[in-house]
Design a protein around this ligand. Structure first.
Ligand SMILES: NC(=O)c1ccc[n+]([C@@H]2O[C@H](COP(=O)([O-])OP(=O)(O)OC[C@H]3O[C@@H](n4cnc5c(N)ncnc54)[C@H](O)[C@@H]3O)[C@@H](O)[C@H]2O)c1
Length: 418
């Protein structure tokens, strides 16, 4: 029995080139890898990872492997696996179970194959691995000392599990590190979402009405980059503070009911359910393009879209045309799955360098602290700061240091108006 299942092992050479390219742009992770190679802090550790199988994830897996860990990997989305990368990893001996376009059944088969490897630390992106272990694979809990979670939606799920008192092992919320969400969610999602839209549609963004649903960290990045391409950005929100921020940033803010009538492109990044529904779709212009960059494919109500459509056809890779019963057409990007991963290559390597350096260092931290209580923990601030420092160093950028006088000034209460 082979300990992998990928689409085509012959793609390995192409995948190796992709991994090399990513690695060249991930200097922080490479420094960690070099240290791991010497110190072997993960010796004899079995790691189970459920992450988007991209070229950057491969660099993370090889870093963990350099530290002495044995890694089993599955994808964290049925449509995000880069088959070339999966092949290269399989060829180099990683236990990888992932291919692009898995059915839901196949997706969970892969998740279960990773659990079969009896991981001691879990790495998740969206919490499907943790939730499977907590629901149907309880026996795996006996080996597990801890885990990490990569994304906002996963952290929300884990906090809900912890709140019910049912989380069985400690998990570090990598998403919540400053060196993660301020860069990955904002600039990573911003750039790669635009990349995904353009690869799928090849349209001009300048002058288009571009509707961003959700002005969180991802939404900000998407709005910022769409504006930079000359689009007229409209933001929809449910949180008054975030809506106000969008207003002050110079964006139009309005309810989706209103935006639906004028938008040319709609992108959701809310982490919420059924944000774009039938009542909105029926108001959209002929030719409106709709996509999602949030974690799950539930932000656009696709059953609603099917219900109000008379036919559908695939017009380009990652682009489905729905003919509505009102005679108009809506174009759905990448089946409503994260458009930046399904239709492009996910975040640029430079950004994943920081996210995955946090992952690697948090795994090391977990391995050293196997007796943490089962809770959701923040990334230790020293790790967050170290990643920022190393990243700046890698970019060749120096910053100032406080003088002793300044340090004591900031610690005092006596000095006031002079
Ligand atoms: N595509 C990617 O590569 C990628 C990367 C990082 C995060 N994510 C995912 O993107 C989603 C958003 O992440 P984030 O970090 O920006 O979260 P966030 O919590 O910072 O932002 C979400 C925003 O959506 C708003 N919102 C919620 N329901 C809404 C509704 N019905 N209409 C309009 N706005 C609504 C919230 O008020 C909030 O401001 C999550 O699912 C996360 O896991 C995707």
């Amino acid at each position: 029995m082979s300990n992998y299942k990928v689409k085509n092992l012959n793609l390995a050479e192409k995948g190796r080139l992709l991994i090399e390219w990513a690695s060249r742009h991930m200097p922080v992770l490479n420094q960690i890898k070099a240290r791991f190679e010497k110190e072997k802090p993960l010796e004899d550790l079995k790691i189970g990872a459920c992450l988007h199988v991209t070229k950057e994830t491969a660099v993370l897996v090889e870093t963990l492997h350099a530290g002495g860990a044995d890694v089993a990997l599955c994808g964290s989305n049925p449509l995000s696996t880069q088959d070339e990368v999966a092949a290269a990893l399989a060829k180099s001996g990683v236990k990888v179970y992932a291919w692009r376009n898995e059915t839901t059944e196949e997706y969970y088969w892969c998740v279960n194959k990773v659990i079969d490897e009896e991981p001691m630390i879990t790495l998740d992106d969206g919490a499907d691995l943790v939730s499977t272990i907590h629901s149907t694979r309880n026996e795996a809990l006996r080996n597990i000392i801890g885990g990490t979670e990569e994304t906002t939606t996963g952290v929300i799920r884990l906090r809900a599990l912890a709140k019910e008192g049912r989380l069985k092992y400690p998990i570090i919320a990598v998403n919540d590190a400053y060196t993660k969400y301020l860069f990955d969610n904002r600039y990573g999602t911003g750039q790669s979402t635009i990349d995904g839209i353009l690869r799928a549609t090849s349209i001009l963004l300048a002058g288009k009405n571009f509707v961003v649903c959700g002005y969180g960290w991802c939404g900000r990045g998407i709005a910022l980059r769409a504006k930079g391409m000359g689009a007229k950005v409209i933001v929809t929100e449910v949180n008054p503070l975030r809506a106000l921020e969008a207003v002050m940033e110079g964006f139009q803010v309005m309810p989706l009911e209103e935006a639906a009538e004028i938008g040319d492109i709609f992108i959701t990044a809310t982490g919420n359910l059924h944000v774009i529904r039938k009542e909105h779709m029926l108001k959209m212009k002929d030719g409106a393009i709709v996509g999602n960059s949030g974690h799950f494919n539930v932000e656009i109500n696709i059953p609603d879209l099917e219900e109000i459509s008379v036919s559908k056809r695939s017009v380009r890779p990652n682009l489905e045309e729905y003919l509505l019963n009102n005679g108009r057409r809506i174009y759905l990007l990448a089946e409503g799955r994260l458009v930046n991963l399904a239709s492009a290559e996910g975040h640029p390597s430079e950004v994943m360098d920081m996210s995955f350096s946090n992952q690697a260092l948090c795994v090391e931290y977990m391995a050293k602290k196997p007796s943490l209580e089962p809770q959701v923990y923040p990334v230790p601030s020293e790790i967050d700061e170290m990643v920022a420092r190393l990243k700046l160093k890698g970019l060749g950028i120096k910053i100032d240091e406080m003088t002793e006088e300044q340090k004591s000034y900031l610690l005092s209460w006596e000095a006031g108006t002079t």
